[in-house]
Design a protein around this ligand. Structure first.
Ligand code: ZN
Length: 207
């Protein structure tokens, strides 16, 4: 199993971090040891003083494939959830300044929080999924998948040119604007808007 992540996939978020709008997907990976599942708490790491949440739609891949063609791309999505791409922003800024890879800032233990998956038929459609994050009961991020620079299909086609997609892989599809810091004691709750209404699919308490 691997965790593929897309950076800067919403223009507003790229702007809030003073990044250029990319002309192809920005891709990085996290190891399996980064996964934090089952509503477990996240322990604030000692190596950062500026840990940020990034709420993202997560795709679970349901079949194997390489060089996926656009007309078949959505068939590779088995289920959908929300995740948090925890990012040590202070470390990421240092790495970016030196032109170094981001793993120390984004691939550490517990940095890939993942919620409960929902089946595709519970969603109003794949073309515009609405989601939001509450921190301590207050909404801090609110996204619509139609605002992604690269769609689910674009992402699946692009990454499968480089990495064989395998059943059980996860793709974090990028965060909308509104990222911000967390502190020990904060409670994060992620909601997906389903046919039946908004449903909490993700819960993560920072300790
Ligand atoms: Zn992210």
């Amino acid at each position: 199993m691997k965790i593929i992540c897309i950076g800067r996939n919403y223009a507003e978020h790229a702007r809030e971090l003073n990044n250029d709008i990319p002309d192809q997907p920005v891709v990085f990976m996290k190891p399996a040891s980064a996964l934090l599942v089952g509503r477990k708490p996240f322990y604030y790491p000692e190596f950062t003083k500026d840990l940020h949440f990034e709420t993202e739609i997560v795709l679970k891949i349901g079949k194997n494939g390489r060089h996926v063609q656009p007309e078949f791309a959505l068939e590779y999505i088995e289920e959908i959830s929300l995740g948090i791409d925890f990012t040590a922003r202070d470390i990421q800024s240092q790495l970016k300044a030196k032109g170094q890879p981001w793993e120390l800032a984004k691939a550490f233990d517990g940095s890939a929080v993942i919620g409960d998956f929902v089946s595709l038929d519970q969603l109003p459609g794949l073309s515009n999924i609405e989601f939001y994050l509450e921190k301590n009961g207050k909404q801090v991020q609110h996204g619509f998948s139609k605002d992604m620079l690269f769609s689910f299909a674009d992402i699946i086609c692009f990454v499968s040119q480089y990495f064989k997609l395998q059943m059980g892989d996860y793709i974090y599809t990028g965060t909308p604007a509104g990222v911000g810091p967390v502190q020990p004691g904060d409670e994060l709750r992620g909601f997906l808007v389903l046919r039946s209404g908004a449903q909490e699919v993700l819960a993560c308490d920072v300790r």
